[in-house]
Write a protein that binds this ligand. Structure first.
Ligand code: CAA
Length: 398
């Protein structure tokens, strides 16, 4: 029985900052970003957007196409969680009107959590193939201003339906894993931006890659020559290339970069999307490379702290009918560009401190928005409707 990705879709945020704008304002050579990182721009959310609204938007798109039937589990993967206790998925469950007979959880292990969610979903579906699992990977990559990570910020979500007889990608059973405690990138509970040891993070990414590859091979995984295309976690586009070169060096096999390039068309414009990043790369490959039917794709997932996993999937016949590249194009082209000053003001405004009551005016063009905090509780709404919560009446424009 084949198990895998039945459908998948992405969403990004309301605003975009061009790296040429950031470079000019901060006195950096724009070529450092364009060629050194291979990044052009990053998405940044409006104040009424967060990981929940991005994830709900992506999920609504797949559910509109694939329906809710058979969905018994929603797994929300994020490192931009909005609560220490409640799963971000519970807000999505409410916004999408999912059945009460759906279990909802959140997974966390930095950018790797999306793949953890995928593997958990496959396990649930293999136990009962009539069930489907909604996996939502959603993140806001927000770094301190003037830090080395600032140009690698981004925001995006991917929602996937995992089930039997997948229309898009069969996920094959063998996977390779590598985990070790490493302080390369982490975010303590009281900080809104991560602490990063940039060089160590790149070393950890590369080391986890070869470690996961070795485990994959030891468990009977395919040889490099049997894998047609590759998608690697993309904290910035050049990192995926560095990873690929490390794999080539490690195995001593020649694997052309043309086998990883088709996966690199969205990240330069969206920036890092943490848990969603690998799957945004997968969508890029599916959208930009033709005639993939029957092709095997190797996927490397990495999460700081640190964990890597390498697995493969096979593209299913007729998969093209389930792709909607126009949505990705619109998500990228439809954003509002910010000046340097507007961007830095928004970065500061996202720092809400310890306020327990506030409401956000409507900015997002997405179908769901983060209305504000009411006595510390997060309030979300369908963007088109006013919302009444308890005694607190929040209308558009407040
Ligand atoms: N023209 C062209 N290229 C230039 C240039 C110029 N004028 N100036 C510099 N460059 C090149 C450099 O040669 C370098 O390229 P190579 O790596 O190929 O040699 C590149 O631009 C970057 O320059 P620096 O080495 O000076 O590095 P930096 O100070 O800009 O920091 C970084 C880079 C450490 C990745 C930083 O962006 C960062 O901290 N990012 C966040 C952490 C991160 O993304 N780590 C990746 C692995 S961790 C992970 O994957 C999990 C996750 O999602 C966070």
């Amino acid at each position: 029985m084949k198990l895998g990705i039945v459908d998948m879709e992405l969403a990004s945020a309301n605003y975009v900052v061009r790296l040429d704008t950031l470079a000019k304002a901060t006195g950096v050579d724009p070529n450092k970003y364009r060629f050194g990182l291979r990044q052009e721009a990053f998405s940044i959310p409006a104040l009424d957007e967060d990981a929940v609204t991005l994830g709900a938007t992506a999920a609504a798109r797949v559910l509109e196409r694939a329906g809710q039937e058979g969905i018994r589990t929603l797994i929300f993967a994020t490192e931009s969680g909005v609560d220490q206790s409640k799963s971000a998925g519970m807000f999505v469950h409410s916004l999408l009107g999912l059945s009460t007979a759906v279990r909802v959880i959140e997974t966390k292990q930095a950018c790797y959590a999306g793949t953890a969610a995928l593997q958990l979903a496959l396990g649930l579906v293999s136990r009962n193939p009539s069930e489907r699992v909604l996996v939502v990977a959603s993140d806001i990559a927000r770094y301190a201003v003037a830090s080395a990570g600032e140009p690698t910020q981004g925001a995006g979500a991917v929602a996937m339906i995992i089930g039997a007889d997948p229309a898009l990608l069969e996920i094959e059973p063998v996977s390779g894993i590598w985990s070790a405690h490493i302080d390369d990138f982490w975010r303590p509970n009281d900080l809104s931006t991560p602490l990063v040891d940039g060089e160590r993070s790149m070393d950890a990414y590369l080391g986890a890659f070869t470690g996961a590859w070795e485990d994959y091979r030891a468990r009977g995984g395919f040889e490099l020559a049997e894998i047609d295309f590759f998608v690697h976690h993309q904290p910035f586009t050049k990192m995926a290339i560095k990873g690929h070169r490390r794999l080539v060096e490690h195995t001593g096999k020649n694997v052309e970069e043309s086998r990883v390039e088709p996966s690199l068309n969205y990240t330069p414009y969206l920036g890092n999307c943490y848990t969603a990043s690998l799957y945004i790369g997968l969508l890029s490959l599916l959208h930009f490379k033709r005639e993939l039917s029957g092709k095997r794709i190797g996927c490397y997932s990495y999460g700081s702290g640190a964990e890597g996993e390498f697995f493969t999937g096979v593209v299913q016949p007729g998969y093209e009918r389930f792709l909607h590249p126009n949505i990705a194009a619109q998500e990228i082209a439809g954003r509002t560009e910010l000046s340097f000053e507007e961007y830095r003001d928004l970065h500061v405004a996202h720092e809400r401190g310890s306020a327990v009551n506030y409401s956000n005016s409507r900015k997002t063009r997405a179908p769901y928005r983060f209305v504000g905090l009411c006595d510390g509780a997060r309030v979300y709404a369908d963007s088109t409707l006013p919302i009444v919560t308890g005694t607190w009446n929040v209308h558009e424009g407040h």
